[in-house]
Design a protein around this ligand. Sequence first.
Ligand code: NAP
Ligand code: NAG
Ligand code: NAG
Length: 317
Amino acid sequence: MVELLLLLFLVPFLLYVTAPQIRKMLSSGVCTSTVQLPGKVAVVTGANTGIGKETAKELAQRGARVYLACRDMQKGELVAREIQDMTGNQEVLARKLDLSDTKSIRAFAKDFLAQEKHLHILINNAGVMMCPYSKTADGFEMHMGVNHLGHFLLTHLLLERLKESAPSRVVNVSSLAHHLGRIHFHNLQGEKFYNSGLAYCHSKLANILFTQELARRLKGSGVTTYSVHPGTVKSELVRHSSFMRWMWWLFSFFIKTPQQGAQTSLYCALTEGLEILSGNHFSDCHVAWVSAQARNETIARRLWDVSCDLLGLPMDL
Ligand SMILES: NC(=O)c1ccc[n+]([C@@H]2O[C@H](COP(=O)([O-])OP(=O)(O)OC[C@H]3O[C@@H](n4cnc5c(N)ncnc54)[C@H](OP(=O)(O)O)[C@@H]3O)[C@@H](O)[C@H]2O)c1
Ligand SMILES: *[C@@H]1O[C@H](CO)[C@@H](O)[C@H](O)[C@H]1NC(C)=O
Ligand SMILES: *[C@@H]1O[C@H](CO)[C@@H](O)[C@H](O)[C@H]1NC(C)=O
């Protein structure tokens, strides 16, 4: 009885005392690069909140011209002004980009290409998680459409600029959740079966496969690519699931702030000499292990070809 009581008090007490240490452990990985970015141009998708906003803020702090590519211009403009005020960098520009509509992606790219001669850093950060079954303007399943195909098209359209601006980098924000992902080529749009959690995992696996295939295809071009697991981060990502919102709330003391979540994206975008690790996956600012699926070149090639086919793009770069 006494032991039980002791345990009942001791465990929460110990947790309470060690929480700061546990938190520190779970949020390790800091981008220590001191690289400054005057004259550099960066695009961050989904930069109006969460990890993307913190990433954009840091790039602006270092002097880059930063495009906040957002689907909601009101939110975008507000955050652009906030970052301008905070960093003193006036070249923080909000632009309309809805990744669930290829017309919007093409319009964004057209404007950008007309305006900018360079693109040094592209951060494919925007993402949706656990949406109820829905489709993009072009009829793609929402997770696959926004998280993978939308960024696939965007990257294709901006690739010439990236090549012309080499050394340049593409960072893909993926997730640890890719371990549960599979590319079901016969059910890519979730029409035969659908689970919102798994759909997210599949799309995040697609991000990694894309990153690796892109790295292979861009070898020698001076454009390098990296995929990232940002960690478990307090953000609006869980907005579609009350269960996940509850979990995030329960563990809120242990999970990363968006600022901590941005560290690995920044590490991949900024660290000098990282080029030899192009195509790799990073977590907590270190190379991280990916699933067998994510290392399978056959699947990566096939996904590439199918994606080009769906988007009406030529298959070779
Ligand atoms: N949070 C985590 O624990 C965690 C873990 C692993 C990976 N990630 C990844 O980290 C990335 C950033 O997520 P976050 O946690 O910062 O989530 P977040 O706070 O929900 O931010 C997501 C961003 O993506 C934008 N977005 C969503 N749909 C879009 C569309 N159709 N077109 C353009 N932009 C769109 C959102 O815009 P609105 O504000 O207008 O909706 C928002 O700016 C995602 O790729 C996510 O998969 C996060
Ligand atoms: C990130 O993923 C998207 C979609 O899967 C892809 O278009 C893009 O090229 C990838 N970026 C990198 C650096 O691999
Ligand atoms: C890659 O995936 C294909 C199709 O699922 C499979 O047949 C093949 O054995 C895999 N290759 C490796 C090296 O795992």
